[in-house]
Every structure is written in C-alpha cells, then in structure tokens.
Design a protein around this ligand. Sequence first.
Ligand code: BGC
Length: 356
Amino acid sequence: MKRKMLAAVLCASMVAGMVVVPSVAAQAEESKGLIGVAMPTQDLQRWNQDGANMKAELEAKGYEVDLQYAGNDVATQVSQIQNMIANGDQLLVIASIEGDSLGTVLAEAKEAGIPVISYDRLIMNTDAVSYYATFDNYLVGKTQGQFLVDALDLENADGPFNIEFVTGDPGDNNVNFFFGGAMDVLQPYLDSGKLVCPSGQVTKEEVATANWATETAQSRFENILSSFYADGTNLDAVLASNDSTALGVENALAANYTGEYPIITGQDCDIANMPNIINGKQAMSVFKDTRTLASKVVEMVDAIMAGGEAPVNDTETYDNGTGVIPSYLCEPVAVTVDNYKEMLVDSGYYTEDQLQ
Ligand code: BGC
C-alpha cells in the first residue's frame, strides 16, 4: 500500500476555471513507504540512538517511520509488531528483546509479504527474517578477551591472575558471540592455570545478567566480592560483555573492594561509563558507532523497497535455526582513555561536554 504524505500542496493558480494540479514539489514529497522500527527499550542509551538515527535517516530518504520501544517487555514488542503489520507497514526493522519469541508474529509478517531486517540481535528460529544487520559480535568478544590478554601480559607474566566474568541476557543471541568470542581467547589461559576464577562461575548460564540490568550485575558482583574476595584476595580482571553490566561491577567494587583495582572491559561507550573510562575505573569499551549501523540498515531498506537485494558482507556466520541469514557486519573498535577523544569527540559522536 503506497501512502502519500498528507502535506501535498496544491499550488495551481486560483484563476477560475483552471484545473488544479499538484506541484512538482508536492509530487516529490510522496512517501516511499511506511517502515516499522521495533526497538527493545529506552532504558539503555544505545537503543535511543539507534532508533533516532534510523528514523532521521529513513525520513530524509522519504520514508514514513513507525518507531516503537517495548520497555524490554516481550509481550509489548509482539503486540507492537502485530500493530505494524495491521497498519500496513511495508518493511520491519526489529531489534528483539528475546531472540526466540517472535516466531508466531513474524509468521504473520511473512504471510503478508513484509520483509524483516533483524537489527543488531538475530531473531531466532523463524524463516521470516530476510536479512541481519549488526556489528561483528564475535569480534566484539575477541577484542575484549585479547584486551585482557595484552593488559595482563599473559604471554609473558607468570600469574596466576584472578578473573571474574559477567555477560548479558541469555535470551539475546549476541551473548553467544560476545561471551563465546572472549572465551575462545581466554579459555587456554584458564586451562593452563595462568588465569584463575575464584568464584568458579565460568559458564554462560552462571555469568548471565537478565535484561543486561546494571542492578542485577551489581548484586551478583557484590555476592562474589563478599564470598571470594573479602579476605583480601586480589581481583585482577573482569570480563564484562557490555557497559551496563560493567557499570554494575564498578558500583559493586566502589563499595565493597579495597584491593588493587582490576582491568574491566565493556561495550557501547555509554555516556554513563565514560567518566569511569576517563578516570581509570574501566579500562576499555568496544565502540559500535550506531550511526554506521543505522546508515547501513537504511541502505538495505532502500534496496529492498526498490525491489532489489540488500548489501551483505557475510553469508556464513549467522544461522538462526532455519538457515544462514545474509548479514551485514559493521566493524567494532576498542576505545580506551588514550583514543576516546579521537573516536568519540572528533568523530562528532559525543561533545566534550557530554563526557564531563
Ligand atoms: C547489544 C549491545 C548492548 C546489549 C544490551 C546487545 O544485544 O549488541 O550493544 O549493550 O544488547 O542492550
């Protein structure tokens, strides 16, 4: 269903008897289509940026945008998508809350012939997903793991070093790549005994954080500190998969730990974490420029809406249980106190003021 913007301006002369025709300008304003954008939550900074960037870019290209946030509630997201289908949205871009919970509603989208782009997180076990756009999630995890290897100089130092692990929501398929990528780098050092995990919590299930919530990561970490470090045991490193969970760890450390401060990883370069990165309380964060991802998705939308194929650069890695989903992977980069100005301020992502 093609929609016309209601603001069509009829600028024909008002001379009596003349046929009134839309001006060229009004024709150019015709909408290129209605795009549904379903985002998980406004609680975390990044999703606000993803949504806002995509809306602005899609509108600049002449699309109408139906942008919805679901407050991290799966049922809300399902009903938002149902409404998008009922409203005649022509393409859906979805960052899921739980990868496995959209099969039924997306069967309706498929039935209605609506293409679906899985945004940032892969939607699992449905053949209704046409494309996947994300950052290289495995590389995010590997970058975090390698950062710890280098910072602790694990190749040369004797150790052993104490490490704890914190990852995200078990229903988010990205966790398999973030945690898996990091563990592929770190496991050999755990096996050789150079890295030791005093809590013994090393499986994905044990180190998961429901909804990626800062408070949940914080209370789990408070327990770890009181059970395994209260006797003065030193904590050398924390593999935290993202910034919201890293912040929980940092809050727990501030109130419950007096040993030598550990090296902590993160992801997203959230504004909330930047003071800690600048003052040494978080060693790094993996920067995923949401502008890059949004632009790529807009390119994909444009190609699909024109009846063509979307650009992809990976057709092997992301199997959602129904087969490999053609993907576009953007590149993540490590940010530290040494390069944050160049990466975040000079690039216009943040202003210096926002980081104070
Ligand atoms: C995203 C991360 C984000 C996390 C929590 C993941 O799926 O890839 O960038 O930190 O969700 O929102």
